[in-house]
Design a protein around this ligand. Structure first.
Ligand SMILES: C[S@@+](CC[C@H](N)C(=O)[O-])C[C@H]1O[C@@H](n2cnc3c(N)ncnc32)[C@H](O)[C@@H]1O
Length: 218
């Protein structure tokens, strides 16, 4: 188990905190949580503001391959894969790698990159339709915080079941009260978030022995 910043080479997102804070109505939160067209390709206040492939995940895919010492033929699952950008880049940086994705969003999966068609499945993270130890590594980036705490525990148990000790999760967190305030003015979809200690307690409760890192809005 280690804290490791596998997204260090991802460009920082640009955020208009004031505009987002104004958009945090219960109606907008409910719309964002549908993970439909509005969330991915609608206005920035309600989600990504246009979730388009631009190659930014390529360096992250390289770092993931190195971190897990992946080889052709290994199997990797990206939990919360959205349109499959990371799945595509993992297979591009390591030809022969068998990468797959899983997401709850019908919209994202039906607007995926052509290279990953047939490799993405629709399911919810807390119940994964795969057998024990069926993957070399399981990743989940900025997804598990979208589950309520009991489901987040179940999802981590599932990751551990598929690839014991070979997980990586990145989740919303904050190290100071000031960072927490900034996060609260930005958050739309997250149902559970906490300081690192709270997350580590959750990891332990789930028996999760993989790696992790934090998304901190600044
Ligand atoms: C912030 S996006 C992250 C997408 C991608 N991993 C990335 O970093 O660009 C969160 C993703 O989690 C998915 N999601 C939300 N709840 C989920 C659940 N219960 N099971 C699986 N995926 C879920 C959403 O559809 C969305 O694609």
């Amino acid at each position: 188990m280690a804290e490791v910043d596998l997204l260090a080479r991802l460009p920082q997102a640009r955020r208009n905190l004031q505009k987002r804070a104004e958009a945090q109505t219960p109606e907008n939160i409910a719309i964002a949580r549908q993970y439909g067209e509005v969330y991915f390709d609608g206005p920035r206040e309600l989600g990504y503001g246009g979730y388009r492939y631009d190659g930014r995940w390529t360096p992250i895919a390289e770092d993931i391959v190195r971190h897990f010492d992946l080889k052709p033929g290994d199997r990797v699952l990206d939990l919360g894969c959205a349109k499959g950008f990371l799945v595509k880049d993992l297979m591009a940086v390591l030809p022969g790698l068998q990468a797959y994705g899983l997401d709850i969003s019908h919209y994202a999966l039906t607007h995926c990159e052509p290279e990953v068609a047939g490799r993405l499945i629709r399911a919810s993270a807390e119940r994964l339709p795969f057998s024990d130890r069926s993957f070399t590594a399981v990743l989940s980036i900025n997804t598990i915080h979208n589950l309520a705490r009991p489901d987040a525990v179940r999802a981590l148990r599932e990751m551990e079941r598929l690839a014991p000790g070979r997980g990586f999760i990145q989740v919303d967190s904050y190290r100071t009260p000031e960072q927490r305030d900034v996060f609260l003015s930005w958050v739309l979809t997250a149902k559970f978030h906490d300081y690192p200690d709270g997350w580590r307690a959750l990891f332990q409760e789930a028996g999760y022995t993989g790696d992790w890192y934090w998304t901190i809005v600044e």
